[in-house]
Design a protein around this ligand. Structure first.
Ligand code: SF4
Length: 365
């Protein structure tokens, strides 16, 4: 293998066909390699036995099947697994597997860090370094699937959520390439409703996603009015609630999905007042919306505190009485800092301008 070898991990059917044709091979070689790589998760071209010996030799010499390097692997008491994966220059991203009775959800990262600077999020506190490419995103899924299969055939990745480190819609092209692979029948074959993209509210990119992929959409809302949301999710200054919510309803209509999930982290004394619940109910009732109430997961350097269980219940009851389907998410993996909002990895921050400043805003648009 040379340094210039092309990493085939993350390549879609179309890209692989193009590559094989450029090599003077038939396009159907792409489908053969896809089955080996994505269905059987075989990374050694010599083991791809339905390829000709000559092609196996060529792939060995000129292509690569490279997964992210595992730096650490931790397992929580509740079965959640967190991988810390090398992202170059001493940095690391994190990937989390959450086993449930009827499914296995893999939470993948899309960036090294995040520039969105949401005030309650450990990733946001670390700053942003770079986007991941499609190979690094899909590589997280192959890696987890291989390790799970090696230890227990009962457990598999049935759902993928882009809720790890990063704002996936700020890295749109690699995200779409990865979704293409995840939903291709010759690759992972996940149905589109089993792939969820979670955004802090990049409205133009929500529109682009609607045109390009009909996956499930989740939005980090966390506040029912602009004053509070500007504080918690600074991108709101650029795309306020009155712009964000119509984009969500349009997404549902265009993609024929059932609803949008609104995530709402419950911060004691900040956004958990019952008046906030009533405002939220007014925004979402009679809309294709459901709400996930998320207990805040503390991380070093944060002053926020988790709302009491009674407050979360009262908040949920107001939404439910207004007809807004509301679920309180159970905290998983918090003993290994794998819970929602706790992923930190290691990031060399390259963002000096605070979010909301023109410089960064321009970079995001
Ligand atoms: S909540 Fe999401 S968008 Fe906001 S800083 Fe954290 S990773 Fe980024």
């Amino acid at each position: 293998m040379t340094d210039a070898a092309v990493n085939l991990v993350g390549k879609s059917r179309t890209e692989l066909e193009r590559l094989f044709v450029a090599m003077g091979e038939k396009p159907f070689r792409a489908r053969q390699v896809m089955r080996w790589l994505y269905t059987r998760r075989v990374l050694d071209p010599q083991a791809m036995t339905d390829l000709s010996l000559a092609l196996r030799e060529r792939l060995t010499a000129s292509a690569d099947f490279r997964l992210p390097e595992v730096l650490a692997r931790e397992r929580a008491a509740d079965g959640v697994i967190k991988w810390q994966l090398a992202a170059g220059h001493g940095q690391a991203i994190e990937t989390v597997f959450i086993p449930e009775d009827s499914r296995g959800t893999l939470c993948v990262s899309s960036q090294v860090g995040c520039a969105m600077n949401c005030s309650f999020c450990a990733t946001g506190h670390q700053g942003f370094n770079r986007n991941l490419d499609a190979g690094e995103i899909v590589g997280q899924v192959i890696l987890a699937a291989r390790e799970l299969a090696a230890e227990d055939h009962e457990r598999a990745v049935t759902n993928v959520v882009f809720m790890g480190m990063g704002e996936p819609l700020a890295n749109l092209r690699p995200l779409l390439e990865a979704v293409d692979v995840l939903t291709d029948d010759l690759a992972f074959g996940l149905s589109r409703r089993r792939v969820t993209v979670s955004t802090s509210g990049l409205v133009p990119q929500i529109r682009k996603l609607a045109d390009a992929a009909r996956v499930a959409l989740a939005v980090s809302l966390h506040a029912p009015d602009d004053d509070l949301r500007n504080e918690l999710v600074p991108i709101n200054r650029r795309h306020p609630i009155a712009e964000l919510l119509p984009a969500c309803w349009e997404y549902v209509r265009k993609t024929n999905t059932k609803d949008v999930t609104f995530e709402y982290v419950m911060l004691q004394g900040v956004n958990d007042d019952l008046s906030h619940a009533r405002k939220l109910a007014r925004l979402l009732r009679n809309r294709p919306a459901k709400v996930n109430l998320i207990p805040f997961n503390p991380f070093p350097g944060s002053d926020y505190r988790r709302s009491s269980a009674a407050q979360v219940d009262a908040f949920r009851d107001i939404l439910m009485r207004a007809g807004v389907m509301t679920i309180t998410r159970r905290t998983r993996g918090d003993d290994i800092a794998a819970a929602c909002g706790q992923l930190a990895g290691r990031v060399n921050n390259r963002v000096s301008a605070p979010l909301g400043s023109k410089t960064l805003g321009e970079r995001l648009s």
